[in-house]
Ligand binder design. Structure first.
Ligand code: GLU
Length: 481
């Protein structure tokens, strides 16, 4: 048997980290079993669904490397299939039209509340006579289609993450609405119904989704039975929690994949981290792996029931591992958009080798791509502003004359451009001639060339600045502010 799984996002918002993590588990499971991963867009909520969210979802999945084998299928293009299925249940007597008004439902809820009972529909229109129906229609009432739920039923499934799950029919809130009124008398399908019709039609063998869908699963199993269809396996994955143990929400900063992208995470690092949100590989010390490597080992035995805490420090660490080991040319391609957006001209004015040299210089210090914006700022202009620590350094005794000696040495090099070895020679030469401490000279050079007291390797930075004479301008400014 070929395993068939799906991710079924609703385009009512950007691709959420929780949905993306569910997509990761579906993808890993499909790849592990050489199965099929299907993408279905659940866009039946016409008011809240938007094409730009669909775009964001497709783009996010692609960016993360979660390629799908079939789809995207759109529920709005499948309405006639749902209508046929509704008709089928009506014909079998397993569903019926319910004309209860919202006022009547509200009154029912109030009376249940007053008796401290959980709200549920009391199935009052389950057995209407044709005359009663005709009367309600004549009153101009609209209807919904309800599917009959037997309160005495016990619904049991063996969840791949949570083991045996048992639900009672009486806990499902009475006969469930599967479609709303529409002019043709059959109705617009609702989520729980359309999902089952689609999962049957697409021959889904394993439904892998977040644990917030557990109550839906109980209802959906009854629908499979009503259609006489094979019930798939279910696997409910743990929620993603913040560090305080509450469900991760917008308040915790970002929640959508496009936000993570903007924050400077690499797709490989982010998807690697998401894989670990609830799953661990057999060798739990191994934390860095590709999706393909994870797929080899993936199974639900190693998925936790407990919620997975979202740990920013760990995500940063994993992301840094990908940045540090990435080929410089690939990292350059990834950083250029961030620099262009920051308005740094060197992305256009400099030759590629210079940019790559800069990237190689910054690479070991980066955990997020965005950090390269601040660090590269000093390379984006000809001169720099000195911060207060740098100013203090430049005012120290003997500093100005030492820096003047550096300028003289640079002039006498007649090299055009310096390399790291020339730069080190100049430092040695000035230390000797001027009788200054090497540490003092290096700190002063850093202050003069970068405007700050901390930053990437000084000699390499100098070599880069030297290539357009910016080093000399900065040294002059440090001497005569
Ligand atoms: N459209 C549902 C959601 O976004 C999918 C649920 C499912 O996977 O069955 O939560």
């Amino acid at each position: 048997m070929t395993f068939r799984v799906r991710i079924a996002p609703s385009p009512t918002g950007n691709l959420h980290i929780g949905t993306a993590r569910t997509a990761v588990f579906n993808w890993l499971f499909a790849r592990h079993h050489h199965g099929t991963f299907i993408l279905r867009i659940e866009d039946t909520d016409i008011e809240r669904s938007r094409p730009e969210y669909t775009e964001n979802i497709l783009e996010g999945l692609r960016w993360l490397g979660l390629n799908w084998d079939e789809g995207p299928f759109f529920q709005t293009e499948r309405l006639s299939i749902y209508k046929e299925a509704v008709q089928d249940l009506l014909d079998k007597g397993l569903a019926y039209r319910c004309y209860t008004t919202s006022e009547e439902l509200e009154a029912l809820r109030e009376s249940q509340k007053a008796r401290n009972q959980a709200p549920r529909y009391d199935n009052r229109h389950r057995n209407l006579t044709p005359e009663q129906e005709a009367e309600f229609k004549a009153e101009g009432r609209s209807f919904v289609i309800r599917f009959k739920i037997d309160d005495s039923r016990e619904i049991v499934w063996n969840d791949l993450v949570r083991g045996e799950m048992v639900w009672r029919g009486s806990d499902l809130g009475g006969d469930m609405v599967i479609a709303r009124s529409s002019e043709d008398g059959i109705g617009q399908p609702l989520y729980n119904f359309a999902v089952v019709v689609d999962d049957m039609d697409m021959q889904i063998t394993h439904v892998i989704r977040g644990e917030d869908h557990i109550a839906n699963t109980a209802k959906q199993i009854l629908l499979y039975e009503a259609f006489g269809a094979k019930i798939p396996e279910f696997s409910h994955t743990p929620l993603i929690l913040n560090m305080e143990g509450r469900k991760l929400s917008k308040r915790d900063g970002v929640t959508s994949i496009s936000d993570f992208k903007k924050m400077g995470f690499t797709p490989e690092g982010l998807v690697n981290y998401m894989t670990l949100l609830g799953w661990s590989p057999p060798d739990s010390t191994q934390e860095i792996f590709t999706l393909e490597e994870a797929a080899k080992n993936f199974d639900f035995e190693r998925v936790n029931k407990a919620g997975a805490k979202f740990d920013w420090a760990k995500l940063d660490w994993i992301n840094s591992q990908y940045i540090h080991s990435m080929p410089v040319s690939k990292l350059t391609d990834m950083l250029i958009p961030f620099w262009s957006e920051a308005g740094y001209k060197f992305t256009e004015t400099k030759e590629r080798p210079w940019i790559e040299q800069l990237v190689a210089l910054l690479q070991p210090g980066l955990a997020r791509l965005t950090e390269a914006v601040d660090i590269a700022k000093m390379f984006s202009t000809e001169t720099v502003e000195f911060d207060s620590e740098a100013i203090e350094q430049l005012q120290k005794e003997g500093v100005k004359s030492a820096l003047q000696a550096v300028i003289t040495a640079l002039d006498s090099q007649q090299l055009g451009q310096i390399n790291a070895s020339n730069a080190k020679d100049i430092v040695q030469q000035v230390v000797k001639e001027q009788n200054v401490k090497k540490g003092l000279l290096m700190r002063s050079l850093r202050a003069a060339l970068t405007g700050e007291m901390n930053g990437p390797d000084l000699i390499e930075s100098w070599v880069l600045l030297n290539q357009n004479g910016s080093d000399k301008l900065r040294l002059q400014k440090a001497i005569n502010p």
